[in-house]
Design a binder for this molecule. Structure first.
Ligand SMILES: NC(=O)NC(NC(N)=O)C(=O)[O-]
Length: 376
């Protein structure tokens, strides 16, 4: 059997077939969820973590945020049972021989700190390989607590949680995707599985909403960086890797941590279009081709535009790039804009783009207003 793909509104429920040998992903159920175009706010590279769980008897909560898809080895058993690549709790029991079943309220939970606070646009609860031991239903709540709260503080009575996903039945061995339409900024999520079971991976797609006070104190920062509220709007080619990799924190450490396009056989060129944190004054640019050696972009140019309908203006002319090298450019004069575009010629890859600058007064005011509107 081949992997099953369904539409945006796909809902998976019920057991998957028991594992029958061969490729364990052959009967995995998945769909193309359009919200996955937003960055994963629960990405470890951004600093996300699963900071507590009430139970992790069979498999550890940290597995939820592993970037790679879940592995399954049918022969791998440990002291506690089948070794599973996910977060898996023990089976809940009732209180007596007459009532051996868990109550309707019984459930397990995990607390997730988002790597960057933001508005959640969609959640994937991936139950890959949990075929007969996935939760019957899941629910997800979010809260916004400034600073670095401990799990105990987050679980305190004074913390208000907002429902992002009400209790919803899910399916085993499936990418269970849910669109979220709550226009609020969250720092932490609480994931519940009802009544117990295992979840392989959790992805939380959304828009980063940075703290305007922090950016104001920093003054000059990377105005396209994901953690500062920059985002990818579109890109010419996503064949090998997400274009969002180019605005992840730090330098890339492997080729697949950057952005690599397929080999072009026409006379065109590849590009990424970004939205900046807000209207900014850019003074310096870095383009890194780390780990792209036989396939680095040959040349790159950078343009900005101010506003959704502004004209593109080239601020870095087409410039020769070296493989596996960070390139620094000081602009002759600051460039003001809300959007940026990098064009690479003809194809290949870059690992990071950094646009160093500061918010304009107008940009800072709009960012502060949006932060407040979204609940701060
Ligand atoms: N075969 C299993 O996975 N069984 C149990 N889980 C683990 N990890 O052993 C269970 O009860 O869900």
């Amino acid at each position: 059997m081949t992997a099953q793909h369904r539409s945006e509104t796909a809902r998976f429920t019920g057991d998957a077939q028991p594992y029958g040998g061969g490729d364990p992903y052959a009967d995995y159920r998945t769909a193309d969820y359009s919200f996955t175009r937003f960055a994963d706010l629960a990405d470890r590279r951004l600093g996300a973590g699963v900071i507590a769980a009430n139970d992790e008897f069979f498999a550890q909560r940290e597995n939820l945020l592993v970037p790679e898809r879940a592995e399954f080895d049918p022969e791998h058993f440990g002291h506690k049972g089948k070794v599973m690549d996910g977060w898996e709790t023990r089976r809940r029991r009732g209180t007596s021989a007459e009532h051996p079943w868990p109550t309707a309220e019984d459930h397990d939970w995990a607390l997730v700190r988002l790597g960057a606070p933001g508005v959640v646009r969609g959640i994937v609860v991936d139950t890959a390989h949990f075929r007969g031991n996935y939760p019957q239903a899941v629910s997800v709540e979010g809260t916004s607590v400034p600073g670095s709260p401990s799990p105990e503080e987050l679980l305190g009575d004074d913390v208000t949680w907002t429902t992002l996903l009400p209790r919803t039945p899910i399916g085993g061995h499936a990418a269970n995707g849910f669109e979220v339409t709550v226009e609020r900024r969250f720092t932490h999520l609480r994931v519940h599985q009802h009544p117990d079971g295992g979840i392989a991976r959790l992805r939380v797609h959304g828009d980063v909403v940075p703290d305007p006070a922090w950016l104001e104190v920093l003054g000059t920062f990377d105005v396209v960086a994901l953690e500062n509220g920059g985002s990818v709007e579109d890109a010419s080619d996503l064949f090998y890797s997400p274009a969002t990799n180019t605005i992840q924190p730090g330098r890339s450490r492997t080729m697949d941590d950057g952005w690599e396009t397929r080999r072009r056989r026409d006379r065109g060129n590849d590009w990424i279009r970004y939205r900046l944190a807000e209207q900014s004054r850019i003074r310096a640019i870095e383009i890194d081709t780390a780990y792209l050696k036989g396939n680095a972009a040959g040349w790159a140019a950078v343009s900005v535009r101010d506003g959704q309908d502004g004209e593109w203006r080239e601020i870095l002319p087409r410039t020769r790039l070296q493989p596996d090298t960070n390139h620094r450019f000081v602009l002759p004069e600051p460039a003001v804009g809300t959007h940026a575009r990098v064009d690479i010629f003809p194809d290949g890859g870059i690992s990071r783009l950094r646009l160093h600058g500061s918010l304009t007064g107008e940009g800072a005011a709009r960012l502060a207003g949006r932060h407040q509107e979204l609940g701060g």
